[in-house]
Design a protein around this ligand. Structure first.
Ligand SMILES: NC(=O)C1=CN([C@@H]2O[C@H](COP(=O)(O)OP(=O)(O)OC[C@H]3O[C@@H](n4cnc5c(N)ncnc54)[C@H](OP(=O)(O)O)[C@@H]3O)[C@@H](O)[C@H]2O)C=CC1
Ligand SMILES: O=C1O[C@H](COP(=O)(O)O)[C@@H](O)[C@H](O)[C@H]1O
Length: 516
């Protein structure tokens, strides 16, 4: 049974965790799909970051596995290609050498049991060097979902450690709709227990997303105005300044809703909207998130705005990519509105919006409060609490203040908590570092549970089927130019859902305000 956990100023100690035990020794991490993009860009840099900080089990070994044949040097070159170390940091350079010395590679297929026997032979050779005790194996699926099922089966049948802990880390996407998700889950469940399964949504490892629980529940000043009585609308926004170049093949099959909204943004929404958990234990947190998801009705067509970028400013349009079908209707931008049918949030629109090839890189939550009673005030801006998830992590609260001077005039300003300034020289870990560390600690709180997925797909499956023409005619996304703010229809879309723009005179960080 999960023991209750609480947080007292510092991160809870390992002893406070339950469910899976912490892995402290004799552990091999096997990265499947080690030749791929995710492994190179995220998994290996995160593993090195943890290794450097002493957060991996003592004597850890890292084994890459994929079909591509590579010798040791080629593999190590790939493995370190995204790891950044300063030229004068000799300690980190030595640590990187230790890290690659602890890393080996086995080539083999994903379907063939005999290839997994070869992998096991290699693991056993390593384990012979461990001094007694149980041996643990952690399998990271840096793989396309098309091979999740055979890999789950082969790992269980050929590579499962009999005396020790086994864990799998599975990447998104977890299916394409409700039915395929259920099929995927039940197939993997034949071989792996929920306890052994860590489904990554890397947004749950981002510092500002993890901070939401503290922001909400450790601050009475905020928590007492956190409901439909005070809040008008909530926007959760993801903007990327680049298109799907080079990933068109994957993206066209999935689209922006499956890529970002159904998982990353919906996870953020659940934490913004959930009730206070009884403890920080994984099941207490996830129970509360599921309660929120269960109260959300499927998204309606009328609450959806779809866009697709076209070439502009010398940049190619979505359909200009060779790997994208020339007539593709796949949305690269989507805004959807969700309503949570519970007493706290009834009637408050939660607008999730995400787009590729926009004017900037930004992920943020914007909570807009209702108008103050007019009378002594007229046309003053609404308060807003903004949580900037990335880049430049920050939280700012936009509040009206009297402009300095002899006149009595209210003007929007902000209380600004920019992390770089407030926590100078503090390292903010990468999301994948934080999550892989959680796997080692046996902490499931920041991983997605089966029932969360089921409810998340119930919310999105009807509009996804509509977009894909399963109910008849496909909707045509509106066009927006590469590098723009998104479809021009967006302004009206958010205004229709209650969002009021701050006065045009407001400018961050300095406003020139007339006070005459
Ligand atoms: N890349 C990213 O930034 C992110 C990726 N993800 C998720 O991580 C997982 C891996 O993504 P990514 O690394 O980009 O994917 P890749 O396309 O790079 O695939 C990873 C490896 O899997 C093998 N592979 C590729 N296609 C197939 C296929 N059709 N059948 C069998 N094996 C194949 C290849 O290895 P080999 O041929 O050598 O066996 C490849 O190196 C996916 O689930 C993705 O959704 C999640 C968040 C971000
Ligand atoms: O899961 C994904 O996330 C990335 C964005 O991740 P971030 O940590 O850089 O915000 C996105 O580019 C990709 O399309 C998607 O699959």
């Amino acid at each position: 049974m999960a023991r209750e956990r609480s947080m007292s100023g510092t991160i809870p100690s390992m002893e406070e965790h339950s469910g899976n035990a912490a892995l402290t020794d004799n552990t091999i991490i096997v990265v499947l799909g080690a030749s791929g993009d995710l492994a190179k860009k995220k998994t290996f840099p995160a593993l090195f970051g943890l290794y450097k900080a002493g957060y991996l089990p003592r004597g850890v070994r890292i084994v890459g596995y994929a079909r591509t044949k590579m010798d040791k040097d080629e593999y190590h070159k790939r493995q370190v290609s995204y790891i950044k170390i300063k030229d004068d940091d000799t300690k980190a350079q030595e640590q990187l050498k230790e890290f690659t010395d602890a890393s080996t590679y086995v080539a083999g297929s994903y379907e063939d049991g005999a290839a997994f026997d070869e992998l096991t032979k290699h693991l056993e050779e390593i384990e012979e060097t461990y001094k007694g005790g149980q041996v643990n194996r952690v399998f990271y699926f840096a793989l396309p979902p098309s091979v999740f099922i055979p890999v789950s089966k082969n790992l269980k049948e050929h590579c499962y450690a009999k005396d020790g802990d086994n864990r799998i880390i599975v990447e998104k996407p977890f299916g394409k709709d409700l039915q395929s998700c259920r099929e995927l889950i039940s197939s993997i469940r034949q071989y792996w227990h929920e306890d052994e399964t860590y489904r990554i949504d890397h947004y749950l490892g981002k510092e500002m997303v993890k901070n939401l629980l503290v922001l909400r529940f450790a601050n009475i000043a905020l928590s007492s105005a956190w409901d439909k009585n005070s809040i008008s609308n909530v926007q959760i926004t993801f903007k990327e300044p680049f298109g799907t170049e080079g990933r068109g093949g994957y993206f066209d099959e999935f689209g922006i809703i499956r890529d970002i909204l159904q998982n990353h943004l919906l996870q953020v929404l659940t934490i913004i909207a959930m009730e206070r958990p009884v403890s920080f234990a994984a099941e207490d947190i996830r129970d509360e998130k599921v309660r929120v998801l269960r109260a959300i009705s499927p998204i309606e067509k009328k609450d959806t705005l779809l866009g697709q970028y076209v070439g502009a400013n010398g940049k190619p349009g979505y359909r200009d990519d060779d790997s994208v079908p020339p007539q593709s209707n796949c949305p690269t931008f989507a805004a959807t509105t969700l309503y949570i049918n519970n007493p706290r949030w009834e009637g408050v629109p939660f607008i999730l919006k995400a787009g590729k090839a926009l004017n900037e890189a930004k992920v943020e939550v914007r909570i807009q409060y209702k108008d103050v009673t007019q009378g002594i005030f007229k046309d003053i801006s609404r308060d807003e609490l903004v949580v900037r998830i990335q880049p430049k992590e920050s939280i700012y609260l936009k509040l009206n203040m009297k402009t300095p001077g002899l006149q009595m005039r209210a003007f929007p300003t902000e209380m600004d908590l920019t992390y770089q300034r407030r926590f100078e020289a503090t390292n903010i870990p990468e999301a994948y570092e934080s999550l892989i560390r959680d796997v080692m600690r046996g902490d499931h709180s920041n991983f997605v549970r089966e029932d969360e997925l089921d409810h998340a797909w119930k919310i999105f499956t009807p509009i996804l089927h509509w977009i894909e023409g399963k109910d008849g005619q496909r909707p045509t996304p509106v066009s927006y130019p590469y590098g723009s703010r998104g479809p021009k229809e967006l302004e009206k879309f958010v205004a229709d859902r209650g969002y009021k723009r701050t006065t045009a005179e407001y400018n961050w960080p300095i406003s020139q305000v007339s006070n005459l």
